[in-house]
Design a protein around this ligand. Structure first.
Ligand code: 4AD
Ligand code: MG
Length: 433
């Protein structure tokens, strides 16, 4: 048999019969006196292979040495077998061992910490393989969504001289003889970019020195942001809803198999992909929390995780909440004209306990108000002079938002912890491998 043509396991499963040449890693192995069974894995799927002592003594002798994660090439005949994990089995005629693996440090039923310590190896698991494929689809869908709607990709520096989302979560870095911070958001630079490009977007690494050890916070994560000239709050919230529906539609189109591996409720995702998402004001959210669920949240307090979860659970779809109290919002979120106590801002809350996945707003055009708010936060407004200049030369209303990529990956995959939504997670307590 000609050995040059290797196909993936997924291609073999589709082919269903005949001779195949496969290469991959030993996912599971079981040995008896007469047979060695290996479950072979590659990037695409798993398949059972059987090596018979009576039919193929030479291959059998080699196969007996195989350990978990050994790398091999196999050739043989494919046949249907309903007992095999993916419904087919390769009866091996030829086995080539590339490397016998040392005892693999990950065995069944490991503690989460051991899995994080061995992340470089755990990436090979079926779970992370499935999550990473879904993440790939989500990232691609975000680029497609914005490019299909006339947005230009626009980059901002990661080294930034100021905060924008609260000084407490800034990462300080030595910068020659000075100090500088890692980007908390692309937004301030995007607000300059829209005067050239109109509608722009970006997806990039974002840094927050979060002291919270929750299952929803990373210190390095990817944020997908957009900013658009002329856009107001009522329009930007609809863009966010369309983006989320589009992302889910693409995952349903490309990743049914991965969703099944993760045990995700596909029917529910199909529902989210087409449903209408409500927009409510913060004060309406309080009405629901206080009157329907006796939660007693006073006006003026930010929503806590359990309160966000309750709102999304109430509607059973993602919910946009607007008009949070100005006082607890960032300096660039403008007070509404009708009621300055409320800011023209929004969060999108995902159901099933996943809570905030998007945060955004109209952008303040009131330079004095912004200066006062920065001062009240102990910030030096002079660093923001370039930003305030944008309000001097043909200022226009504009809005934007940021979507937490790992928050969305976690929700769509149904993960317990955001750390599994990124290949090498960084949190307050985890900076290796
Ligand atoms: O709500 P945030 O802080 O909004 C901003 O940074 C705005 N400047 C964005 C904009 O308007 N262009 O962050 C946006 C989103 C959150 O809704 C959340 O999904 C995610 O980023 N996020 C985090 N994800 C993981 N770990 C963290 N520590 C996160 N902090 C924010
Ligand atoms: Mg937020």
């Amino acid at each position: 048999m000609k050995k040059s043509k290797y196909i993936t396991i997924e291609e073999a499963l589709k082919k269903g019969s005949g001779e195949v040449n496969l290469r991959g890693w030993v996912y599971r192995e079981r040995k008896s006196n007469k047979f060695v069974f290996i479950v072979l894995r590659d990037e695409s799927n798993i398949i059972q292979c059987v090596i018979s002592k009576s039919k193929n003594p030479e291959a059998f002798e080699k196969a007996e040495k195989l350990t978990i994660e050994s790398s091999v090439k196999v050739s043989g005949k494919l046949k249907e077998d309903e007992r095999a994990p993916t419904g087919y089995e390769v009866s091996v005629a030829d086995l080539e061992i590339i490397q016998i693996a040392e005892p693999f440090p990950i065995t069944e039923h490991q503690s989460p910490e051991l899995l994080y310590d061995n992340r470089h190896l755990w990436l090979r698991s079926r779970k992370l393989n499935a999550v990473l494929k879904i993440r790939h689809t989500i990232v691609g869908a975000i680029h497609e969504f914005f490019r299909n709607h006339g947005y230009f990709e626009f980059d901002a520096p990661i080294f930034q001289p100021s905060q924008s989302e609260g000084g407490a979560t800034l990462f300080e870095v030595n910068y020659f003889e000075d100090k500088i911070y890692l980007s908390q958001t692309w937004q301030l630079y995007a607000e300059a970019g829209i005067f050239s490009l109109g509608k722009i977007y970006n997806m990039g690494p974002t840094f927050r020195a979060e002291r919270s050890k929750t299952s929803r916070h990373l210190s390095e994560f990817w944020m997908a942001e957009m900013e658009a000239a002329w856009m107001k709050l009522d329009e930007v919230t609809e863009v966010a809803k369309d983006e989320i529906r589009y992302i889910i539609q693409q995952v349903l189109k490309d990743n049914k198999k991965e969703l099944e591996i993760l045990g995700r409720d596909i029917k529910l995702l199909e529902y989210y992909a087409e449903a209408q998402y409500p927009t409510i004001k913060y004060s309406e959210a309080l009405d629901i929390l206080n009157n329907k669920y006796q939660m007693n949240v006073p006006w003026g307090k930010d929503l806590r995780t359990n309160e966000e979860a309750k709102i999304a659970e109430h509607f059973k779809v993602p919910v946009v909440v607007t008009h949070y109290p100005t006082e607890i919002m960032g300096f660039y979120k403008p007070p509404s004209k009708e009621n300055p106590k409320e800011a023209l801002c929004f969060d999108m809350l995902a159901p099933e306990g996943y809570c905030e996945i998007i945060g955004g707003s109209e952008r303040s055009l009131l330079v004095d108000d912004m200066i006062n708010r920065l001062k009240a936060d102990g910030e030096d407004p002079t660093i923001y002079e370039w930003y305030f200049e944008l309000r001097k030369y043909g200022s226009v209303p504009h809005s934007g938002y940021g979507l937490g990529v790992e928050r969305v990956v976690s929700w769509i995959c149904g993960l317990d912890n955001i750390k599994d939504a990124i290949p090498f997670p960084r949190t307050m307590l985890r900076k290796t491998p």
